[in-house]
Design a protein around this ligand. Sequence first.
Ligand code: AMP
Length: 281
Amino acid sequence: MLKVITTVAAMKRFSENARQKGRTIGFVPTMGYLHKGHMALIEKAVRECDTVVVSIYVNPTQFGPKEDLKKYPRDFSRDKKMLARAGVGTIFYPSTRQMYPDGYATYINVEGLSDVLCGSSRPGHFKGVATIVAKLFNIVIPHRAYFGQKDYQQQLIIRKLVKDLDLGIKVITVPTIREKDGLAMSSRNSYLSPLERKNAAVIIRSMRFADQLVMSGVKSPHRIREAVIKMLRTVKELKIDYVAICDTNSLEQRKIIKGKTLIAVAVFIGNTRLIDNIIVR
Ligand code: AMP
C-alpha cells in the first residue's frame, strides 16, 4: 500500500524504522507533475532498493522572483496513481510550513559549480536546490538517491554536496528520457504551444549535430558552439540563454575537445526556459 507522509517528524520516524529493520532506502526527489523521465529514476530505485521514497515538493527557494513558482504544473492525484502503479511505498509530500517554518535561516551553497551555466542565469537557484536536497536527505535518510542527467549541473552539485558534507549517500544519475522527436521530457514542456513544442526539437537536433562534428574530428569548441548556435537560430521564436562546451566534472569551458565533453544548452521558447545536454566522446 502506498503511504503518503506529510510531516517531517513522521517521515523521519518511518525511515529510522526501515533502517532499523535493515532495509535499503532509495530516494527520488521531485517537484511532481510526473512524466516518463521521473519514472525512469523511480523504476530504477524500485528495482535496486527495499523501500522507495519519492518526494513531491515544489521548492520555493529555487525559483527566482520572476520565475514560474506560482504556475508550476501540479497534479498530486495523478502523480499518486503513477507511483502506486510503479510499486513505490512512500510519498513524502510536505507543506512549505513543514520545510521552511517561520524564522527559517539556514542555506547551503556549493561554491564554484553553482555559479556557472544555469547558476549564472538563475542566481540563487542552486543554493535553493542544495538546501532543499540537504534537508530532504536529513529527513528521508536514504542509502541511495536518484537524479536525472537532464539536470546535469544539478546532479554534479548534489554529488559535491554529499562528498563535502560526508553524507555517505550513493548518488545515481539516470540517462535523460526523451520524446519521440528527441525533446527531453520535462514538466515545463506542458507550457509550450503546439508550434513551440514542434520547434523545441531543434535543441536536441543542434546537439546531435555537434556530436556528429566531434565524431568527424572537429576539435575546436568554438566551431562546434557556433554550429549549435546557428542551428538554434533557425527557430525565430527561440532565445539562447547559453550554449556551453565544457568539462564533465568541473564545468569549465573546454579549450579543445578531448575525452568526455559536456554540451549543454539553455534556451527560451516563448516564455518557457528549456535545458538539455549530451556528453560527447
Ligand atoms: P523535477 O521534478 O524537474 O525537479 O525533476 C526531478 C528529477 O527527475 C531530477 O533529478 C531530474 O533531473 C529528473 N528528470 C527530469 N526530467 C527527466 C528526464 N527527461 N529524464 C531523466 N530524468 C529526468
